[in-house]
Every structure is written in structure tokens, then in C-alpha cells.
Design a protein around this ligand. Sequence first.
Ligand code: PMV
Length: 336
Amino acid sequence: MKETAWKSPSNIALVKYWGKYDVQIPANPSISFTLSEAATTTKLRYEEGTGTIKVFLDGKETPSFLPKIEAFLERTAEFFPFAKEMNFEIHTSNSFPHSSGIASSASGMSALALCMMSVKKDLGLPITNFFEEASNAARLGSGSGSRSLYGPLAAWGEHAEIEGSSNEFAVAFSDVHDIFKSFQDTILLVDKGEKTVSSTVGHGLMNGHPYAAARFEQAHENQSALLTAMLEGDLERFGAIVESEALTLHGMMMTSMPYFILMKPNTLEVINRIWSFRQQTGNPVFFTLDAGANVHVLYPESHKEVIMSFIDSELRTFCKDGSYLCDAVGLGPTQL
Ligand code: PMV
């Protein structure tokens, strides 16, 4: 068998994608920091064959991953028509613990899409733009995965102020003040459980949501305002938009039918302490949330020492087993 391998990162959205149309078309534009530590490494072994697939997680055969991979290959058949005439062995591992509550779909799907693109290249099939096509394919596996292909930031979804932006693939974005190119993200593991709302169900909640139209409009406006704030290095404005986006995401879940609360009491404890600390000390520290209870603490690298000491003394106690992951803005995938 031949083989190819990629390491692809996770990302954290600043303007959130929440709501989609068929197939994997976002209802609003989003933009994210690409992470540097949280990543999936995937080695794809391949040979001519009959479409058999074996998948291994951390060296152990894991057939429970097969349905997702088969669905991905079916959806991406236009990019990888050769998949049915090959046998694959997929060896994958994540840099973050399985039980951390960190979703591996964005990093996992982007790593697999990149491996498939490398096979395509190896077969000598025409490729116009390697990363654009990889992002397009990753999107079909995981919407947010489309944004894992580039650093330091990536934008997905048509937006008037982002040239070349598309609903089908993400584009690299680096038109920001240097302070954002080394931003830190300390992920507080408030709850390590499985997600209580799958992202498919979550996006579905926006269908017929009473506030959907206003929310989609707001995302466009927030993205415009965020681009200006990031270009100017305006940390205060950046923080206000990013925190509002996180709470809006959760607000959408609380006001849908059925309704969900994905924050835990400790999520609110952490948020309140970040607000008090910021008010009392003037330090630029902000939070964002995924569709879960964990808190991403965002701050400039220049303030790492003071913020880490604040996290250890005041926030760590709200984490499960006192655990957090230290991450920072990264540069995107690497071929191994
Ligand atoms: O890519 P999905 O379908 O798992 O959805 C991701 C949704 C959020 O993480 C909540 C927001 C985002 O833009 O990443």
C-alpha cells in the first residue's frame, strides 16, 4: 500500500456558524482562529481495490467511525470519484484527549480531506487549487472543518467584505493586526461529557427559529465590525463582538424548540470571573464558547503570564479535574 499523512488543526469560531441549508451551505458567514495544538493526525494507506475501508484510532481498529467516513466519501464523490476503486486504511489520532469534550470533527474531516487530495494528486488527476478543494471537501464532512485548512484565521461563507469568500469553501484571512496572529486560547474543560446536542440537530434548530432571520443578518454585521476591530487591533471591540457571538449562539439554543442549555453552572462562574477580573485589572481577557460547556479564554500573548496566573488561581477550580488545554493561533495543516 502507498501512504500519505497530514496533521490538521481544530479551529475556534469568533463569529459563529449556526444554521445551514442543504448540503452544508452555511446560513451565515463565520470566521475563526486556527488553533496550533489541538489537531488530528491522519495517515491514509491506499491501493487499488474494491472500496474497502478500515479505520484505526490510536492504533486500535474502530469500526464505529465507518458510517461517518462512508458518508463523507459519498458526499465528496465529485472530488474523489476514484474512492470506490481503492482500498483504504485510515490511521488517525488526536492531540487532545478523547474525553475532553473538544470536537474532533473539524480537525478530523480536514485531515482526511487533505489525505484524499494527496491521493488525487498522486493519481495525476486535475486539481485547480489544492487547499480550496480540500476545504470544499472538508466542508461536506464538517462545516466548521472547512475553516481548518488555513491559518492564522479562516473565513467561510459569503461576506461582502471578504474577497473571494464562498459558501462552498473557506478562505485564508490574515488582514489583522499582529496582536491577533499570536493570540492565546486556553480551553477550560468545564465538562468533559459527550455533546448533548449533535451539531446536525443543533443546526436544525435554526429551521423555523423565530429569531433566525435577525440572527443571520447580525452575523454579517458582527463579521464586518470584527474585521475592522481586528485590523485596527481594537481589543475592546474585538472582545465585545466575540463574547456577544458566543452568548448569541447559546441564546439561539435556549430559544429554539426544543430548547437546550449547554452551559453548566461552572461555565457561568468562569464568565463572571473573567468579567470581574477584566473590570478590576483592565487586562484584555475575553471568552468564547462552542456548542458546549467548555470556555475558551482568549488573550494576547503579551499578557500570557498574568492571565495564566489568573486562570490557575481563579478559574482552574471550575474545571473538571482542574484540567485545561493551552492553545494559540496556528498556521494551518502540515503534510507529514
Ligand atoms: O461544523 P459543525 O457542524 O460541527 O458546527 C460547528 C458549530 C459551532 O462550533 C458552534 C460554531 C462554528 O462556527 O464553529
